[in-house]
Design a protein. Structure first.
Length: 376
């Protein structure tokens, strides 16, 4: 059996090596490393794929979130609500901009932002909501948009884990994750469903004025060289990474399907086990399984984590400490009773290997190892 990896980028690369090497070679020969033709081509290709008017590439997913907030003109002291159960980048940029992060609990099934908790957290200082499409499926955007409209709030989608997912609205129309709110952001970190071979990110919007502002921000606030119209940063996707992404973008749907197939194998194997909750899929979204995350109910999650490692099966706990308990983001306003789901998840979740190259032999070994441990 081939060695099991949490993410097998080597095997994935082997299948596209010729195209990737050729594209990178073209960049090297052109020496157009910053804002070269590959970057502009990728921008247009991603706009077409997402059916969105504007894609603004940038250096990474964290920058994408920060720049989106800068582009919306959020001011120090403005409150931004987001989910407690996610990676720190989402709240990190809120704090960096001297905005006020407000963390709320998540749904027990989807792990996405809890709408009732969101509603309760709104104050006169609230200016934006950041729904995180966690682990590969969209948050309840119909409900988020209704709340945002009622209170005149911006919606910034964190799509770092869900690019390629589709959302179906109550009226039956569909949109890609990241194109639903005022602005969407994503990361092209290598392990993402659409990953480059370094760091990269992008911002999406259908708002012409916002797109114009953001294009200035990513390039030192310049629209004309040496003329700085807005306060900006240096955050650009380089041409080598764009070249890799141009090869991989046409394969994104197939990559997502491979992940879905592996997820189905896992879920079928664990079906009916009283000690295991498999990932639930909301009926309004596709799930592209950036992560496949179980909940272990018999109190032996940590033992299972080590047992898998002992058997050569990588796994991870996303996330071991909720954001409201992190030293950097503690706030006396938080009450533990407001985070009941998150506080349970940190003790029960475990994420299994999930990538495009998993084969049946590996999946069988992983699932049988887990079931043998859980059932003993």
């Amino acid at each position: 059996m081939k060695k099991i990896q949490m993410v097998d980028l080597q095997s994935q690369y082997a299948k596209i090596q010729e195209q990737v090497d050729s594209k990178i070679s073209e960049v090297l020969k052109s020496a157009a490393y910053i804002n070269g033709p590959e970057v502009h081509s990728f921008q247009k290709n991603l706009e077409t794929y997402l059916d969105v008017k504007h894609v603004i590439p940038c250096a990474n997913g964290t920058d994408a979130l920060q720049i989106a907030m800068m582009g919306l003109g959020l001011a120090p002291g403005d409150e931004v609500i987001t989910a407690d159960f996610t990676f720190a980048a989402t709240v990190e940029v809120i704090a960096l901009l001297h905005l006020t992060p407000v963390l709320v609990d998540v749904e027990k099934d989807s792990f996405n932002i809890n709408i009732e908790a969101l509603k309760k957290a709104i104050t006169p200082k609230t200016k934006a909501i950041v729904p995180v499409h966690l682990f590969g499926q969209c948050a309840n955007m119909d409900a988020v948009l209704e709340v945002a409209k009622e209170h005149n709030l911006f919606v910034i989608e964190d799509t770092a884990q869900a690019i390629g997912a589709s959302y179906t609205f109550k009226d039956g129309t569909t949109k890609k994750a990241g194109t639903i709110g005022n602005v969407g952001t994503t990361s092209f970190f290598p392990s993402k469903n659409l990953g480059c071979y370094g760091d990269g990110g992008a911002i999406f919007t259908n708002d012409d004025d916002l797109a114009h502002t953001i294009r200035g921000i990513v390039n030192h606030g310049m629209y004309k060289r040496y003329y700085h119209d807005v306060v900006g940063v240096n955050s650009r996707l380089d041409s080598v990474q764009a070249a890799v992404l141009n090869v991989k973008l046409p394969l994104l749907d197939a990559y997502c399907e491979a992940r879905q197939k592996a997820a189905a194998y896992y879920s079928n194997a664990f079906a009916g086990n009283e000690n295991i909750i498999t990932p639930a899929k909301s009926n309004f979204t596709t799930h592209v399984f950036h992560q496949y995350t179980l909940q272990i109910l018999n109190g032996k999650r940590n033992e299972l984590h080590q047992h898998l490692l002992d058997n050569g099966i990588p796994n991870a706990i996303y996330y071991p400490v909720p954001l409201h308990s992190q030293k950097a983001y503690t706030d006396k306003r938080y009450n533990e009773d407001d985070f009941k789901v998150t506080n349970k998840l940190i003790d029960t979740v475990i994420s299994l290997p999930m990538h495009t190259e998993l084969d049946e032999e590996q999946l069988n070994f992983i699932t049988s190892t887990i079931l043998n441990f859980i059932n003993k």
